[in-house]
Write a protein that binds this ligand. Structure first.
Ligand code: HEC
Ligand code: HEC
Length: 322
């Protein structure tokens, strides 16, 4: 086949391949951008899923990505700020990972972090705070994974052009690929089955919330300061990344998909109820309207997503139980 024809065929194949994961997205939402050097394949997703649940990515073998991003909680954490593998306290609350394939800006306050591939390094190697605690341990990661014949097979299938090279770059590509399949658009809201109170709540939501919690992802991907600036706060929010004092106390609007399942809420997990989180915006609602808003937020829960076996801890790898 001529190179041009081959390129078109590859494009068609990768396009069609991705469609399988994104077919359920709402009309009007374009398929997410996939980096050209990391096309989505079933082999990479399978490898990434196993790595996401593997505590061998932490220094003492106690934590995996899934420890803080739990499927039951729509891949968020049920505790406010979980300490990392060395016991160092966490600083922020782990957000849910629904639909991160579409997110152009990752985490609460770092505009430079735009690609899922790059974000994987933060929990693995990060020191502020320490999460998985593997700073300086790239060789150890290669050694641990390389010892397992099944991982060697999985890397070969996922990265045939690299002849299955096991290194952090490919670990990150695989985990990013798995995370792109965390697609959640199957809530009562998506099925347009809103109970009357939720339908009332939707009207209020459009009026008071949708400017920031915008569109089908329920976020504008922008940074806002919702509370009066506390100069003593240890977490400076956006200012930590930009160095601009004016950005202190600003955080990225979180998606509200599955929000009833992702508590505790707020960037530091300090809101103990969703109602408390809404109150902290400083928008006053009479109690009956607050209840309607809660009914609407509850309609954003996609329970299938929280129990989809394709996204859960794999039971086996290479045909053998794990
Ligand atoms: C000790 C808990 C912990 C572990 C382990 C952990 N995370 Fe996180 N994760 C967090 C916290 C906290 C944040 C929010 C950080 C911030 O905003 O600064 C986060 C944010 C993220 C985000 C950004 C989501 C968004 O809405 O922008 C992604 C993606 C992510 N983590 C993936 C991973 C992956 C992949 C792993 C494993 C390699 C992992 N996490 C391991 C706690 C954890
Ligand atoms: C000006 C933009 C803006 C508006 C308007 C807004 N929000 Fe938010 N919302 C945010 C930001 C930013 C955060 C993150 C705050 C933090 O963690 O510090 C947030 C957080 C939340 C949370 C907590 C989510 C979590 O996972 O921790 C909920 C719930 C929420 N908003 C609901 C609402 C509702 C309901 C309305 C309308 C009554 C609303 N918001 C209006 C920007 C906005």
């Amino acid at each position: 086949m001529r190179p041009a024809a081959l390129a078109i065929l590859c494009l068609l194949l990768t396009g069609a391949g991705s469609a399988r994961w994104f077919h359920a997205s709402p009309p009007g939402l374009a398929a997410p951008a996939i980096p050209s050097d990391n096309p989505l394949t079933a082999a990479k997703v399978e490898l990434g899923r196993r790595l996401f649940y593997d505590a061998d990515l932490s220094i003492d073998g106690t934590l995996s990505c899934a420890s803080c991003h739990n499927q039951k909680h729509a891949f968020a954490d049920s505790i406010a700020t979980r300490p990392g593998a060395t016991g160092e306290p966490g600083r922020r609350n782990a957000p849910g990972l629904a639909n991160v394939a579409w997110f152009g800006r990752l985490t609460f306050a770092d505009p430079a972090l735009a690609a899922l591939e790059a974000q994987v390094a933060v929990p693995v190697f990060g020191t502020h705070p320490v999460e998985l605690g593997m700073a300086g341990q790239e060789a150890e990661i290669r050694a641990r994974l390389g010892r397992d014949p099944c991982y060697r097979t999985m890397f070969r299938k996922a990265f045939p052009r690299d002849r299955g090279r096991i290194d952090f770059g490919n670990v990150a590509r695989a985990i990013a690929s798995f995370q792109r399949t965390l697609v959640s658009f199957d809530s009562p809201y998506d099925r347009q089955r809103l109970p009357p109170a939720a339908a009332e709540g939707e009207r209020l939501f459009k009026r008071d919330c949708a400017a920031c919690h915008a569109g089908p992802l329920f976020t504008d991907m922008a940074y806002h300061r919702l509370e009066p600036l506390d100069p003593g706060a240890a977490d400076k929010g956006l200012a930590e990344a930009t160095g601009q004092d004016g950005d202190a106390g600003m955080f990225r609007t979180p998606s509200l998909r599955n929000v009833m399942l992702t508590g505790p809420w707020w960037h530091d997990g300090s809101a103990k109820s969703a109602q408390d989180a809404v109150r902290r915006h400083g928008i006053d609602h009479p109690p009956e309207d607050a209840a309607r808003l809660m009914a609407f937020l509850a309609s954003l829960s996609d329970l299938e997503f929280t129990r989809d076996p394709a996204l859960s801890l794999p039971g086996e790898a290479c045909g053998k139980p794990l």
